[in-house]
Each structure stands twice: as C-alpha cells, then as structure tokens.
Design a protein around this ligand. Structure first.
Ligand SMILES: C[S@@+](CC[C@H](N)C(=O)[O-])C[C@H]1O[C@@H](n2cnc3c(N)ncnc32)[C@H](O)[C@@H]1O
Length: 172
C-alpha cells in the first residue's frame, strides 16, 4: 500500500482538523504519517509501540505544525493517555486474543464522541503472523459489546494476504 492508500483507508473517520490522537501499535509509523496529513497543523499525535526500535524512524522525522511524539508502551496496559479526540489501531489489535480488556482501556482514553479507527484483515481465521484477526461483521459486534456506538465500515481494499483489508470507525 502506498501513502495515498493509507490515507484513503482512514480519511472517512477523520472529520476534524487538529486535536489529540494516538496511533496504538504504530510500528514504523505508516498510519501515523497518514493521520498527520489528515489532521494537519495544530494536531498532537502520540505514536505508541512496544517495540522502541520500530518507532525510531518517526522520531527522526519532522511534521511542520504538528507534534508527533513517540511512546514505548504496551496497549494492553494503562498508557496514561486520556481525553483523546481519536485513536487509530491499524493491524495491531489482531495480536490480542482477549480484546475486551484492551477495548475497555481504549474507550477510557477517548473523550465522549472520540473516534476509534481500526484497520484489519477481513477474516476471522488467523495464522502465525496475524494470530487473532476479526472480520468487519465480528468487529461490529465486539465494538458494540465494548460500549462503542455508530460503528461503520469505511473502506475495503483487496490484499494479497488474507484476501482483504478493511477500515472502520466507531465512537465513544
Ligand atoms: C503489523 S505492525 C503494524 C504497524 C502499523 N500500525 C501499520 O499498520 O503499518 C503491528 C505493530 O503493533 C505492535 N504491537 C503489537 N502488540 C502490541 C502491544 N500490546 N502494545 C504495543 N504495540 C503492540 C507491534 O510491535 C508492531 O509494531
């Protein structure tokens, strides 16, 4: 996927400029950059990953007008983030088997009306690299059970791995 594909996947969930967002499981920052483009100047993004090495590229980049900070941390535990306008979890929630606990933590990080955007493979069958994926119909149920509202599918694109990738947005 190129940068335009990444922007296209999440743009429907980013309806306001600026604000405070987090990218949980940011890795090398592909979606952090897409988010930075969409939020524009004035935004503050915290890119979180348990792998500090993966975050290093982002640390050496400049984002004119935005603050992009990195944080080494585990999103299955309290991260000390709160009152966020939005959170992106791209290809990261599928590493967690018991997602209810993580979704409770994620929901608490958002302000009322705050957005959660997930990007995931469109399958419920995992493999060693994508251990616990969830299709969009399953996500709709999981998000509702975790207390999120207004969940909707944003975009689906074909993928060489596991058939397709979708993006979806929910609200606290
Ligand atoms: C497949 S990569 C996706 C990176 C980026 N979001 C993207 O889509 O290009 C998954 C990332 O999630 C991170 N990750 C997985 N479980 C995590 C956890 N519990 N806490 C923090 N990061 C985690 C991994 O270290 C890895 O960098």
């Amino acid at each position: 996927m190129n940068h335009a594909d990444l922007v296209g996947l999440i743009e429907g969930g980013v309806t306001e400029h600026g604000g405070r967002w987090a990218d949980l499981g940011a890795g090398e920052g592909a979606f952090t950059r897409a988010l930075a483009d969409l939020l524009g100047p004035g935004a503050h993004i915290t890119a979180v990953d348990r792998d500090g090495g993966a975050l290093r590229n982002l640390e050496s980049e400049s984002f004119p007008g935005l603050v992009v900070e990195t944080k080494v941390g585990d999103f299955t535990r309290e991260l000390g983030l709160s009152n966020l306008n939005g959170i992106v979890m791209a290809n990261s929630l599928h590493f967690v088997r018991d997602k209810a606990h993580v979704l409770e933590l994620v929901r608490k990080m958002l302000r009322p009306g705050g957005k959660l955007i997930v990007v995931e493979y469109g399958t419920d069958r995992g493999n060693p690299w994508v251990p616990h994926p969830f299709s969009y119909p399953k996500w709709e149920r999981m998000a509702a059970q975790a207390g999120f509202v207004g969940t909707r599918l944003l975009r689906t694109i074909p993928s060489r791995h596991l058939g397709s990738i979708y993006s979806a947005v929910s609200e606290r």
